[in-house]
Write a protein that binds this ligand. Structure first.
Ligand code: LIP
Length: 262
């Protein structure tokens, strides 16, 4: 994809995110038909579905050759290919959206050759639009953003999430990690949106973030925004970050990330 085409993708994604944001503002806390998916706390509202439909319908008109992966049209198997692919979470932080806790957003990533080349995260409630294009830095509302300096994990503020997976196995991983890792830093926070957690790190408000049990639509945009803001993104076991592995370890720098890796 050449730079003009990528700029066009960004322009259209921003327009759609703003339209999605209006839909979210109009309906937050007002959804009556709330369904559950993989667990009783894995929620989906009519707005999640309506936003995904709007964004996919418009993108398909503009980019008929591209492929699309979305949280609400997920049928059990994600097939990421080398083709240009839009990866979308129409509302990341649906639990927050239902409760009117303002940390919810739309998250839009674009991959080519299975690599994320563009990411956008927009929270209409916080009035923050985060964007990043491969090799071109990360921005919040048009201003460049950077991770902050952090010497060591013991002086870090960490984000970690309980998540919506309530299996015994996930519970063991969550509390095991919290005891082993969370205890060693200055504080642990949970905002309820993987995408906005990534933005908090990219924007220099926290120093590290890890989470298990996520999907590619939670991670695509956030991973490039962190990297373009100068941060490090890894697999929690220390290998390269894999968008499809359903987990992330991210930090302001590699030293801090390596102190956390399991
Ligand atoms: C949510 C994430 C959140 C995570 C939940 C869930 P959703 O996304 O962003 O951080 O802990 O498990 O995946 O379901 O609101 O789009």
């Amino acid at each position: 994809m050449n730079p003009d085409q990528l700029r066009e993708c960004e322009k259209i994604a921003i327009e759609l995110a703003k339209r999605a944001g209006l839909m979210m503002m109009e309906t937050s806390g007002r959804n009556t038909n709330i369904e559950t998916k993989l667990s009783p706390v894995d929620l989906v509202t009519e707005t999640d579905k309506a936003v995904e439909k709007l964004v996919f319908d418009e993108l398909k008109k503009r980019f008929p050759d591209h492929r699309f992966i979305g949280e609400e049209s997920f049928t059990g198997k994600v097939n990421l290919t080398d083709c240009p692919t839009w990866i979308i979470d129409p509302i990341d932080g649906t639990m927050n959206f239902v409760h009117t806790f303002p940390f919810c957003c739309i998250s839009i990533g674009l991959t080519v050759g299975k690599e994320v080349i563009f990411g956008l995260i927009y929270s209409p409630f916080l009035n923050k639009l985060y964007t990043a294009k491969k090799g071109q830095g990360a921005y919040c509302n048009g201003e460049p953003i950077h991770v902050r300096h952090c010497d060591s994990f013991k002086s870090a503020l960490l984000i970690n999430e309980l998540g919506s997976n309530r299996t015994d196995e996930h519970q063991k991983i969550y509390f095991g990690n919290l005891a082993a890792i969370g205890w060693k830093c200055q504080g642990v926070r949970s905002l309820g949106s993987a995408a906005l957690n990534a933005c908090m790190l990219a924007n220099g408000y926290v120093d590290a973030y890890f989470e298990y049990g996520l999907h590619c639509w939670d991670l695509a945009a956030g991973s490039i925004i962190i990297q373009e803001a100068g941060g490090t993104v890894l697999d929690p076991e220390g290998g390269p970050f894999n968008l499809m592995s359903r987990r992330i370890l991210a930090a302001s720098n590699e030293k801090v990330a390596r102190e956390i890796q399991v």
